[in-house]
Write a protein that binds this ligand. Structure first.
Ligand code: ADP
Ligand code: MG
Ligand code: MG
Length: 511
C-alpha cells in the first residue's frame, strides 16, 4: 500500500474513533450558539402547531416536551407512563418471540396490548398540556434548536477525509461535522456532469426519496447542500464497506451461508420498507448494499428508485446490466417485481461469488447478457444448499407473475420461505439480532485511494439561471430527524440544553 493511502486511512480511523466529543471543533459551542428568543418570532408564527410532529416524531421536540411534563407536578406521572411504554415497546420483540411459539394455540398475547393506553395518553397530552407547553420556556428552547437546525449548510460545515468510492455523477467522501464530530459519507454530484447527462430529475429524485424515509435498513439523509461545483448529499456513514468488496476482494469470492442469510434478510426488510411506500428500488446489486461497523447493512443509492402513484406501474429500462430483470429488459410495465429478481441475483452472487448469468472474469456483450437473462436457466453448483437453491430459483423466475414475492401474499411469501426459517424478523426489525460478522474497526473496507479511478472532468458546459433554480430545490440543508438525532447521539443536546433564569441559557464561563 502506498504511503498516501496509509495516511488517508489513518486519518479516517482516528476521526471515527473520536467518541465523547473528541471530534468536535474547539469552537463547537460557538458554532451551535442559540439565537436569542426574539430571533425565533417568525418561526414561532409559522411553525405548524401539530402535536405529533412537535412532541412525538421530532427527537428534540419529544425530549423537550418530556422535560416540560417532568417539570410539572400534575404531568409528572404522564412522563413516567410514556417512559414505561417505550420500555414496553423495546421488550415487545421478545414477547412476540414467545407468541411465535404459541401460534399453534392461536393466541396472540402480545398484540399491542397498550395500544389503547398510548392513544389515550396522546389524546390527553395533545389537549391542554400541549397548549401550556407552547407557552413554556421548553417550547422556546425548541424554537431555538429549530433555528440552529435551519442554519445554512456549506462545505465549511464539514471536515473532509478520504475518498470512499466513485459513482456515476461523482465521488463519495468520508466527512465529519465540525460542530458535533459526527461522521457521514458525502456523495458529491458534479453540476457539469448532471447537466451534460440531463441528470437533474434523477439527482432531485434521489434526494427527495431519501428525505422521506426512516428505516434502519436504508441509509439516512442528513444534509443536502451545494458548493460551487457540486450538489452534495450527506448520508449515514457505512464504514464496513459495500458487499461487492466483501464478496470479491476478501478471500475467495462469495460469503458464508450465515452471512448470506443475514444480509438477505436485512435487505428484505429494506426492500419491504421501500415497497410499503410504493417505491421500487430497481438497482439492487452488491455495491449498493453497505455494511456499518457493527455488521448491519443498509441499502443505499436511490438514484434509480421511483415512487409509483396509486395503482400505477413503472416502465423504464433502468438498472445495471447483469442485474436487470427480464421484464425490465423487455420494456414491460412492472410493479415491485424487479426488486425480487434483484434479491435473487444478490443471494446467488453472495453464495456463488459470481452472477447467475455470467462466469467469473467473463465479459459478454450487453445483448448476450440480456439474451441469457431472458431465455437461459441459471445453474447451481454444490455451493448451493437445497433452501438457497430453491429461493434463488423462485426469485429468478422469468415471468414476474409467477415469481416469489409477486403473488397475492406478496413479500410474505419471501419471508416465510424455508431459507429464512432461522431468522426472527421482529427481532431483526428492532435491530436486536447480532450480525454474524463484525468488521474490524482498525481497517478501512474500500479500495486504496489511488486505485479509485479519478473522476473525469466535463468541458464546454456552462451553468445558467435554470440550473440555479434547480439547485435551490436541491439545496435544503439539514434533514430534521437526522439532524436532531445527531445532536442527541453526539451528546451536544445534553451539554447545551441547560436552563438559566427565565429560561435563558446559563452564562457559561468558557464562552
Ligand atoms: P452511484 O449512484 O453513482 O452508483 P453510490 O451511491 O452507489 O453512487 O456510491 C458509490 C460508491 O461509494 C458505493 O458503491 C460505495 O462503495 C461508496 N458509498 C456510497 N455511499 C456510502 C456511504 N453512505 N458510506 C460509505 N460508502 C459509501
Ligand atoms: Mg451505486
Ligand atoms: Mg446511483
Amino acid at each position: 500500500m502506498e504511503i498516501e493511502s496509509i495516511m488517508a486511512n489513518n486519518a479516517l480511523i482516528k476521526a471515527r474513533e473520536g467518541g465523547g466529543g473528541k471530534g468536535r471543533s474547539w469552537k463547537w459551542k460557538e458554532l451551535l450558539r442559540f439565537p436569542h428568543v426574539r430571533q425565533c418570532m417568525d418561526l414561532a408564527m409559522n411553525i405548524e402547531r401539530d402535536y405529533f410532529s412537535l412532541c412525538v416524531r421530532q427527537p428534540i421536540g419529544k425530549k423537550l416536551f418530556q422535560l416540560f411534563c417532568r417539570s410539572r407536578l400534575d404531568l409528572h406521572v404522564y412522563a413516567s407512563l410514556q417512559d414505561a411504554l417505550v420500555q414496553y415497546n423495546l421488550s415487545i420483540p421478545f414477547l412476540k418471540d414467545v407468541a411465535w411459539h404459541l401460534r399453534s394455540l392461536e393466541l396472540d398475547p402480545c398484540g399491542d396490548v397498550f395500544h389503547d393506553c398510548r392513544e389515550d395518553l396522546h389524546r390527553y397530552l395533545s389537549g391542554h398540556p400541549f397548549l401550556q407547553y407552547q407557552d413554556s420556556m421548553f417550547f422556546e428552547r425548541f424554537l431555538q434548536w429549530k433555528m440552529l437546525e435551519r442554519s445554512p449548510i456549506t462545505k465549511h460545515t464539514f471536515r473532509q477525509y478520504r475518498l470512499l468510492g466513485k459513482g456515476g455523477f461523482g465521488e463519495v467522501w468520508a466527512c465529519q461535522v465540525r460542530a458535533t464530530g459526527q461522521m457521514y459519507a458525502c456523495k458529491k454530484l458534479e453540476k457539469t456532469h448532471i447537466k451534460k447527462r440531463r441528470g437533474e430529475s434523477m439527482a432531485l429524485n434521489e434526494k427527495q426519496l431519501l428525505e422521506g424515509l426512516d428505516s434502519r435498513f436504508v441509509v439516512n439523509l442528513a444534509y443536502a447542500y451545494e458548493t460551487k461545483h457540486s450538489l452534495c448529499i450527506v448520508l449515514t456513514m457505512m464504514d464496513g464497506g459495500d458487499l461487492k468488496y466483501h464478496i470479491h476482494k476478501l478471500g475467495p469470492p462469495g460469503l458464508d451461508s450465515d452471512r448470506v442469510r443475514f444480509y438477505a434478510a436485512e435487505v428484505f426488510c429494506g426492500l419491504n420498507h421501500l415497497h410499503q411506500q410504493a417505491i421500487v428500488y430497481r438497482d439492487l446489486k452488491p455495491e449498493n448494499v453497505l455494511l456499518d461497523l457493527n455488521g448491519h447493512i443498509r441499502i443505499s443509492d436511490l438514484g434509480l428508485a421511483v415512487r409509483l402513484s396509486e395503482g400505477n406501474l413503472a416502465q423504464g429500462r433502468v438498472g445495471t446490466v447483469g442485474y436487470m430483470a427480464p421484464e425490465v429488459i423487455g420494456r414491460k410495465y412492472y410493479g415491485m417485481s424487479p426488486d425480487w429478481w434483484g434479491l435473487g441475483c444478490l443471494i446467488y452472487e453472495m453464495t456463488a461469488g459470481q452472477l447467475p448469468f455470467r462466469a467469473q472474469g467473463e465479459h459478454p456483450k450487453v445483448s448476450e447478457m440480456e439474451r441469457r437473462i431472458q431465455t437461459e436457466k441459471e445453474k447451481y453448483d454444490a455451493m448451493f444448499s437445497i433452501e438457497v437453491k430453491d429461493i434463488c430459483s423462485l426469485l429468478l423466475t422469468k415471468d414476474p407473475e409467477q415469481r416469489l414475492g409477486c403473488q397475492a401474499a406478496k413479500e410474505k411469501d419471501v419471508q416465510s420461505h424455508p431459507f429464512f426459517q432461522s431468522i426472527n424478523f421482529r427481532m431483526l426489525e428492532a435491530g436486536l439480532v447480532e450480525p454474524p460478522f463484525k468488521p474490524d474497526p482498525r481497517l478501512v473496507y474500500c479500495n486504496d485511494v489511488q486505485d479509485i479511478e479519478e473522476f473525469s472532468t466535463v468541458k464546454g458546459v456552462s451553468l445558467d439561471q435554470t440550473d440555479s433554480d434547480f439547485y435551490s430545490k436541491f439545496n435544503t440543508g439539514s434533514v430534521p430527524l437526522t439532524w436532531q438525532n445527531e445532536m442527541i447521539e453526539t451528546g451536544c443536546f445534553k451539554e447545551l440544553n441547560l436552563f438559566g433564569p427565565q429560561g435563558s441559557r446559563t452564562p457559561d464561563l468558557d464562552w
